[in-house]
Design a protein around this ligand. Structure first.
Ligand SMILES: C[S@@+](CC[C@H](N)C(=O)[O-])C[C@H]1O[C@@H](n2cnc3c(N)ncnc32)[C@H](O)[C@@H]1O
Length: 231
């Protein structure tokens, strides 16, 4: 999930993608920043960057990545997206790589969008990047295994729950004769559902895209990106 190869892909994306092209010096929050893959290239482009994550281990990795890249000004905050609000503080909020829909109560997921609306300055934009329900329907059920450099491998299995409202993803790491499993449950959103959730949270000019270049969300898309503006 956080491989070196992905870090390179993200850095290239930040340098080229039109949806990630912000005016110099923008105040950008990466909500659920993980190990900081977006923080470093955004800071390198001269933006004022904040990363929020709940996991101390992720924040530590993000801090190390920023220090090693010379991005000492990046602010890192340990907080829960369910409660984090910094009123009128950001021009852009990013929530990427399926970091949305984690709460069991659907109202809590809406609350995350409401918090983002309040944390944006007027005119600011929120971008949420998830695996859209339509995209998932195209490949779910195919076994997925990833080989790791040390000879171990990870098998991912997805299970649709509650009539396509939610998804459980199980990862099994097989190393030698041992196996460890971790699971995440999250809500699934179609483009229309996430679009309407943005409207319910108060966003205007809500648009759906199929990639960070601003391509349409259609039968060829691999991601669902929804963008809304705080007017
Ligand atoms: C799939 S990872 C994506 C990380 C990062 N956005 C990226 O592109 O690499 C999801 C992240 O959300 C964080 N997270 C999970 N629940 C959270 C919460 N309630 N509040 C803040 N962060 C949370 C996890 O610690 C993890 O770093």
């Amino acid at each position: 999930m956080f491989s070196g190869a992905r870090a390179e892909t993200v850095a290239e994306l930040v340098g080229t993608a039109s949806l990630l092209d912000f005016p110099p010096g923008s105040r950008i929050l990466d909500l659920c920043c993980g190990p900081g893959l977006f923080l470093v290239p955004l800071a390198a482009r001269g933006h004022r960057v904040t990363g929020v994550d709940l996991s101390p281990a992720m924040l530590e990795r993000a801090g190390t990545a920023c220090r090693e890249a010379g991005a000492a000004d990046v602010e890192l905050v340990r907080a829960d997206m369910l409660t984090y609000v910094a009123p009128d503080s950001y021009d852009v909020i990013l929530n990427v790589f399926t970091s949305f829909g984690y709460f069991e109560n659907p109202d809590d997921n809406l609350q995350v969008l409401r918090n983002a609306w309040r944390s944006l300055a007027p005119g600011g934009r929120l971008l949420v990047d998830v695996m859209g329900k339509e995209v998932l329907a195209g490949w779910i059920g195919r076994p997925q295994a990833v080989d790791l450099p040390d000879g171990s491998y990870v098998v991912q299995r997805d299970t649709v729950l509650d009539s396509w409202r939610r998804l459980r993803t199980d990862w099994t790491l097989v190393r030698g004769s041992t196996a460890r499993t971790a699971s995440i449950r999250s809500f699934l959103y179609s483009a229309a559902e996430l679009h309407d959730l943005f409207l319910a949270a108060g966003f205007a000019d809500v648009e759906c895209f199929g990639d960070f270049d601003g391509g349409p969300y259609d039968q060829t898309s691999r991601r669902l990106i929804v963008r809304g503006v705080r007017k």
